[in-house]
Design a protein around this ligand. Structure first.
Ligand SMILES: Cc1cc2nc3c(=O)[nH]c(=O)nc-3n(C[C@H](O)[C@H](O)[C@H](O)COP(=O)(O)OP(=O)(O)OC[C@H]3O[C@@H](n4cnc5c(N)ncnc54)[C@H](O)[C@@H]3O)c2cc1C
Length: 619
C-alpha cells in the first residue's frame, strides 16, 4: 500500500471512459460549462481506445434530415421493430433528432466522408449508414475531447465510484489506478458520466487457446459501464437483451457493407435460401413479428442457428457474384482494411479469395451492450419534453443515482445509436450534467478520506494476495490460496456459456440452468476475493474480471426474470419458447442492493411515443 502514491483531483464533470460517448461528453461539457473543470479518465489512450480504436468504414446512424432522407420518428420505428418492440422511444428519438449535427461536426473536423457523385450527399451504404474512410475516426474525435477537457488521464482504470456521505444516493466521484505507475487516483467530482463501453468475454468466446482475444466486440470492453453503476445501486434495464452477431467466420469481419452496398446474400451449404425454410417455425414462436420489414436481426440469426443445428451448414456469404465488378471488389477489401484487417489475413491464411470462393459466416458468442442492435444498460431519465413521468426524474441521461450520468453502451433501452449516436448521447448527458451543477444540485458533497482509503486497500489487494500466495505455488500457477485472473475469467465464461445461453447450448437456457448459474456465480464472487495479480497488468485483468462478474450476475438475473423468448436468435428460454406479448410487452428493470448484493426485479411499461395511437400494448 505504502508503495502506491495517491493523487487527488477535484472536478466538476468527470468522464469515465474516453471512447465515442466519452469524447462527446467532454466536448459538450465544455460548450455549456465554460468555467467548469472537466476531467476525462481513460483505461487505454483516448487516441486509440474503445470499440472504434481500429477505425470504422461506416457511420451507422445518420438521419439525413437536411435532405429529407429520414426523420427521428423513422429511426424510432426502425429500432422498435428490430428490438421486437422493446425500446425506450423517448431516448431513441432524442438521440436521433441530434445525431445529424454530430456527424456534421465530424465532417468539419476532417473525417473523410464519402460523397455520392450524383447528388453530392453523403454516400449511403444503407438507409441509416453513410460511408467514411474511417481509419482515423477515433484520433479525430479524441482531438476534440483533448481540446475541451482540462485534463485527460490515460492508462487509468476506474475501479469504483465514490458516493457522497452527506446526502444519500448522490455521487461523489471515482477512484482508479494507473496501470503503468501503480499510483492510486482519487477524483472527487460533482457529476460523473460513465461512458466505459460494453462487455465482451463474459460468455466463452468461440476463439479459445491460440485465438483467445479474437472476438467481435472489442476484447478490452469489460463491462465497467455496468459494474460501476450496479455496485452503487443504480437501476439497470434489459440486461437479458445480449447480442449475437452474424459475421465472417474467425475474423468477425463486418457484413454490413457486403449486404447493403455490395448486395451480397447468404445461402446454406446446398446453395439454398435457408431463411425462408424457417419462416413457419419462426411464426409459431413470435407471431407477426416475422412479417415485419426489415426482418429483426435476432430472427435472421434464428434462421441461421436453426439451419446449422439441422445440418445445413456451413452458411456462406455469396461474394463471387459482386466481386466480379472491380469497383465492388475494391470496396469489399477496403471495408476490412479500414476496420478489421484481421479478416483479410484470415482469408489469406485459409486460401479464400472472395472473388472465387464464398466465405463462411458464423454466429458469435453473446456480448452485452447498449449502442448496437441491442439495448442493455442503465435505466436513465429521458428528456423532459418527451418522456412520460415514469421515464423522467429531472436530468436527461441521469441514472437513478443523483449526479451519475451515462452515455453510449452504458445506457439501456436505446439501441442502434452506434458510433455517432453514442457520441451524441455523450453530448446530451454532458449538457444535463452541467445543468445539474448550475442548478446547485451538487452542493456540499462530502467524500471522506476513509472511503477513499478503503477503496485503495481493496484496489491493490490482488497484488498483496499474490505476494503471499506465490510462496504456496505447487506447480506452474497452481496455488491453494489464490486464483489468477485468467483462471477466474475462464471459469466465468464457462458458467455463462453453459448455463446462461452461450454457444455451448446453441444459446439455450431455462430457469433451472439459470438458477444453477446464479449459484455458481455467487461462489465465483466469493473466490474472487482471492484473485491474485503478479504485476500491474494482471491487476487490471483482476479488476476487469470483477467488473465482468458483476455484469454477468445482472445479465443472469434479468434472463431469469423475463419468462419468454423475446429475441430468438439472441437466446432461448427453453421453458418459455414463445414470445409472450400478453405478459412481457414491458421493460425489465433491476437493482442490486449495494449492502446485501441481492437483486430485485420489476416490470416497467413500454410507452410507445411514436404512432402511439396504433401501439397501445404497454403492459
Ligand atoms: C467490431 C465493431 C464494429 C462496429 N462497427 C460500427 C460501424 O461500422 N459504424 C458505427 O457507427 N458503429 C460501429 N460500431 C459501434 C460503435 O463502435 C459503438 O457503438 C461505440 O463505440 C460505443 O461507444 P461507447 O463510448 O459507449 O464505447 P467505446 O467507444 O467502446 O468507449 C468505451 C471507453 O471506455 C474505456 N473504459 C472501459 N472501462 C474503463 C474503466 N474501467 N476505466 C476507464 N476507462 C474505461 C475504454 O477503454 C473505451 O475507451 C462497431 C463496434 C464494434 C465493436
Amino acid at each position: 500500500m505504502a508503495n502506491h502514491k495517491t493523487h487527488h483531483e477535484d472536478c466538476d464533470v468527470l468522464v469515465v471512459g474516453g471512447g465515442m460517448a466519452g469524447t462527446g461528453a467532454a466536448f459538450e461539457a465544455r460548450h455549456w460549462g465554460r468555467d467548469l473543470k472537466i476531467i476525462c479518465v481513460e483505461k487505454a489512450n483516448i487516441d486509440r481506445s474503445g470499440a472504434v480504436a481500429q477505425g470504422l468504414y461506416a457511420i451507422n446512424c445518420y438521419m439525413g434530415m437536411q435532405w429529407g432522407e429520414n426523420q427521428p420518428e423513422d429511426h424510432v420505428r426502425y429500432a422498435r421493430n428490430d428490438l421486437m418492440g422493446m425500446v425506450r422511444e423517448d431516448l431513441g428519438y432524442d438521440m436521433a433528432r441530434h445525431v445529424d449535427s454530430t456527424v456534421h461536426m465530424f465532417d468539419e473536423w476532417g473525417l473523410p466522408m464519402m460523397k455520392n457523385e450524383e447528388n453530392g450527399r453523403y454516400l449511403r451504404e444503407g438507409k441509416w449508414q453513410i460511408m467514411i474512410h474511417g481509419e482515423s475516426y477515433k484520433p479525430i474525435v479524441a482531438e476534440a475531447a483533448k481540446k475541451s477537457a482540462d485534463k485527460i488521464y490515460n492508462r487509468i482504470m476506474v475501479t469504483h465510484l465514490l458516493m457522497d456521505e452527506e446526502k444519500e444516493n448522490r455521487i461523489g466521484g471515482a477512484v482508479g489506478f494507473n496501470m503503468r505507475t501503480g499510483d492510486f487516483h482519487i477524483f472527487r467530482a460533482k457529476t460523473v458520466i460513465v461512458a466505459a463501453g460494453g462487455a465482451s468475454h463474459i460468455f466463452k468466446p468461440r476463439a479459445v487457446g491460440e485465438g483467445m482475444g479474437r472476438t467481435w466486440y472489442a476484447p478490452w470492453s469489460n463491462g465497467s459501464a455496468y459494474a460501476l453503476p450496479i455496485a452503487v445501486g443504480a437501476k439497470m434495464t434489459q440486461m437479458e437483451n445480449r447480442i449475437v452477431l452474424c459475421r465472417f467466420k474467425d475474423g468477425y469481419g463486418p457484413v454490413g457493407a457486403y449486404f447493403l452496398h455490395l448486395k451480397t446474400y447468404t445461402q446454406n451449404a446446398n446453395g439454398e435460401n435457408y431463411e425462408k425454410k424457417w419462416y413457419d417455425q419462426t411464426k409459431e414462436l413470435v407471431g407477426e413479428y416475422i412479417d415485419h420489414h426489415p426482418t429483426p436481426t435476432c430472427l435472421r440469426n434464428h434462421a441461421f442457428i436453426q439451419e446449422t443445428i439441422a445440418g445445413g451448414g456451413p452458411i456462406h456469404m455469396v461474394t463471387t457474384e459482386a466481386f466480379q465488378d472491380p469497383h465492388l471488389e475494391t470496396v469489399g477489401w477496403e471495408n476490412f482494411l479500414g476496420m478489421t484487417v484481421g479478416q483479410a489475413v484470415v482469408w489469406a491464411s485459409q486460401n479464400i479469395d472472395p472473388k472465387y470462393t464464398n466465405p463462411e459466416l458464423t454466429t458469435s458468442e453473446p456480448y452485452v451492450m447498449g449502442s448496437h442492435a441491442t439495448c442493455s444498460g442503465a435505466w436513465v431519465s429521458g428528456p423532459e419534453d418527451l418522456s412520460p413521468p415514469e421515464y423522467f426524474w429531472g436530468y436527461n441521461r441521469m441514472l437513478t443515482v443523483d449526479g451519475l450520468f451515462g452515455a453510449g453502451d452504458t445506457v439501456g433501452g436505446s439501441a442502434h445509436k452506434f458510433s455517432s449516436g453514442s457520441f451524441t448521447e455523450g453530448r446530451l448527458a454532458a449538457k444535463a450534467a452541467v445543468k445539474y451543477i448550475q442548478d446547485q444540485k451538487a452542493e456540499g458533497i462530502k467524500v471522506t478520506d476513509k472511503q477513499c482509503d478503503d477503496f485503495k486497500e481493496a484496489v491493490f489487494k490482488p497484488l498483496e494476495t499474490y505476494t503471499v500466495a506465490q510462496n504456496e505455488i505447487t506447480g506452474g500457477t497452481v496455488s491453494p490460496s489464490y486464483i489468477s485472473p485468467i483462471q477466474g475469467l475462464q471459469r466465468l465464461q464457462r458458467i455463462m456459456d453453459e448455463y446462461v445461453g452461450g454457444i455451448a447450448t446453441n444459446y439455450m437456457t431455462n430457469a433451472n440452468m439459470l438458477r444453477r448459474g446464479l449459484e455458481l456465480l455467487a461462489w465465483l464472487e466469493e473466490d474472487l476475493e482471492k484473485v491474485g495479480a503478479e504485476d500491474l497488468h494482471q491487476l487490471m485483468r483482476a479488476w476487469e474480471l470483477k467488473h465482468r462478474a458483476i455484469t454477468s450476475q445482472c445479465v443472469t438475473e434479468h434472463t431469469m426474470f423475463r419468462e419468454e423468448t423475446r429475441w430468438p436468435g439472441y437466446y432461448y428460454r427453453g421453458d418459455h419458447m414463445k414470445l409472450d406479448d400478453d405478459n412481457w410487452h414491458c421493460l425489465t428493470v433491476s437493482r442490486r442492493d449495494p449492502k446485501t448484493g441481492k437483486f430485485t426485479m420489476e416490470k416497467v411499461p413500454v410507452y410507445h411515443i411514436v404512432d402511439k395511437n396504433e401501439k397501445k400494448k404497454a403492459s
